[in-house]
Design a protein around this ligand. Structure first.
Ligand code: KG4
Ligand code: ZN
Length: 342
């Protein structure tokens, strides 16, 4: 099954970004992403609009990815797509498209787990050739997921902890909305926090057992705090925006790291990595690097374009699955609630 020159097309459509990428062995030749701006108007992803936009975008995005990679459909060894988890309507578009394309070209079809793919993004070729060694600990933080995972092998992942309510990215986005910021607010909070004081306001950190997380309490306490302050000064939020962003960001990052510290202690590994959209956060990146230095751990953070939802991570997962003969059949269907492993 191992082909010296494996070329895989990856397709990602789990949420609000339509993406296609071409990988040759471990090197990404193209990674095209069509972001759906329509959701900004509503302050969050509207599932029905997302699936309609995927349908409009998928053909031009795949076409652009092939063009940029300098490949044609005839060059492909396999087609990998996101089976789940995600929004059902969005997943169905990518699944149906990938199935039809694989059938028409008579090439293997590969169903990728989006959560595994966020982690497998660490195996995309980088200039430094640095890749995590098994076993390693990975924190996946995105708009839909917060998971602390012990990665024993490419496809042997143990879920240590997860969020019991909002995901970390969701917390950034929902708190951003309270602060009057546009969706998705994570990147804006990150930017504004650079000019703010993280100690200006103190928000309680959640107390949740084991390796699990909770972020909805923080959202509520920020909301009540702002409402109270705005009764005294209607311009409170505006006048303290950078400090609020820095304090909220600090609380989220500290909450995330508390459980990572516990996992490092109980599951000794040489490598620690972060993935998912929130891994683009500059405070989290900085603090995780510091944590690595303090604990003599190698730290792995994917390039920014491979942190947020992208098809390059689907393509690398697909390539690794292709080599292992992990293929799908035409009977496969999308699964909105796909889990990461044990
Ligand atoms: O992985 P992703 O693209 O999609 C999901 O699978 O959910 O993650 C998107 C999330 C959003 O919540 C967005 O606000 C957050 O990642 N995000 C950030 C930053 N960039 C993206 N959060 C904090 N700081 C950032 N720089
Ligand atoms: Zn994601």
């Amino acid at each position: 099954m191992i082909n010296k020159n494996t070329i895989v097309l990856g397709i990602e459509s789990s949420c609000d970004d339509t993406s296609a990428a071409v990988i040759q062995n471990e090197a990404i030749l193209s990674n095209v992403i069509a972001t759906q701006d329509i959701h900004k108007k509503y302050g969050g992803v509207v599932p029905e609009l997302a699936s309609r936009a995927h349908q409009q975008n998928i053909v031009p995005v795949v076409h652009a990815a092939l063009l940029e990679a300098g490949k044609t459909l005839d060059d492909l060894d396999a087609i990998a797509f996101t089976r789940g988890p995600g929004l059902m309507g969005s997943l169905v578009v990518g699944t149906a498209f990938a199935k039809a394309l694989a059938l028409s070209k008579n090439i293997p079809l590969i169903d990728v787990n989006h959560l595994q793919a966020h982690i497998l993004a660490h195996f995309i070729d980088k200039n430094d050739g640095n890749k995590p060694e098994f076993p390693f600990l990975n924190l996946t933080v995105s708009g839909g997921h917060t998971q602390l995972v012990l990665v024993k092998d490419y496809f042997e992942m143990q879920l240590l902890g997860t969020t019991i309510d909002d995901a970390a990215g969701e917390a950034f986005d929902k708190i951003g909305k309270i602060l009057g910021l546009e969706y998705p607010a994570g990147i804006l909070i990150d930017k504004l926090a650079k000019n703010g004081n993280k100690d200006a306001f103190t928000f309680a950190k959640p107390k949740v057992d084991d390796y699990n997380y909770s972020f909805s309490g923080l959202k509520t306490s920020v909301l009540y705090f702002i409402q109270k302050q705005e009764k005294l000064n209607p311009r409170f939020c505006e006048e303290n925006l950078s400090d609020l962003c820095a304090s909220v960001q600090f609380t989220i990052v500290e909450t995330l790291l508390t459980k990572v510290r516990l996992a490092i202690k109980n599951f000794p590994c040489k490598d620690l990595s972060i993935s998912g959209g929130v891994a683009a956060n500059s405070a989290l990146r900085q603090d995780i690097i510091k944590l690595g230095e303090e604990n003599n751990l190698r730290i792995h953070i994917p390039e920014q374009q491979f942190c947020t939802d992208n098809a390059a991570m689907i393509a690398i997962a697909g390539k690794l699955m292709f080599e292992r003969g992990m293929l799908a059949t035409q009977e496969i269907s999308a699964n909105a609630r796909l889990k990461i492993g044990v």
